[in-house]
Ligand binder design. Sequence first.
Ligand code: AMP
Length: 305
Amino acid sequence: MSLLVVGSIALDSVYTPFGETADAPGGSAVFFSAAGVILHPVQVVGVVGTDYPLGALKALEARGVDLSGVEQAPGESFRWKAKYSYDLASRETLETRLGVFADFRPKLPPKFRDARYLFLGNIDPELQLGVLDQVKQPALVACDTMNYWIHSKRDLLLELLRHIDILMINDSEARELSGDWNIYRAARWVLERGPRMTVIKQGEHGALLVNRDTTFKVPAYPLQEVFDPTGAGDAFAGGFMAYLASTKDLAEPNLRRAMVYGAALGSFAVEAFGVQGLEHVTLAEVRARVRAFKELVHFEADAPP
Ligand code: AMP
């Protein structure tokens, strides 16, 4: 089942207490596909400027990412600059420069229009809607966003919510979008606006899958070394969606397994700067980490006191 992502293809400059990068390949579509392709082929829609190091994208192509929906346009690539706090729990965006994304009007190659699994990665909601319109009959549509778009394009984002199955956002974005500090109420606020499910990413505290009747929680993998949290959310989404696309099963038990695959891929992403943490991960390593999650949360509920 084909899996399509639209999102930013960026040059990231990131400062953490352990080091910094300047103009490193990143962006939501890049982290998503670097993680997702370990489990399933990924098709990408996006745009880069004339200054983008195409070698980084070629490396993804060699791993099974179809880049025929990536355009190169005259102008500067999307750039994002951010600084993390000492405990890596929060970050401040220092700069967002849209560059060629400002005028991008995606036109999907005909074969991409048959995609069954669609991830509208973090980018202008107008572009997300533009891609959604061109996909004929998706079986599952999930969407991410960021505070930048919550503030600048709120109405379009709310319009988009009416057409998607899953909103996948982090806890601070869920609070900002809903205006409610309580994360469970914020998730329900989202459900009332269209999506059947809300996935809330909580950084080192894991992630929640909330639907009308049930809530499922996956912890974050207990890592002793974290270098750069950038892209963890997109890698989570890549693992989640690629697992569903490869298993073609949207029943609750499989959605819960997809959450664990997402958490496993997110954990590989943060172990190195930029996309490097995902470049050499094998399927066997992902599966081993998924088994470790089972061990991490397993307990016997019914032993007598
Ligand atoms: P995450 O850490 O998963 O939230 O994603 C970080 C990635 O999102 C970075 O690689 C950035 O290039 C990208 N990004 C940051 N701000 C935006 C934005 N406003 N629109 C699209 N992508 C963005």
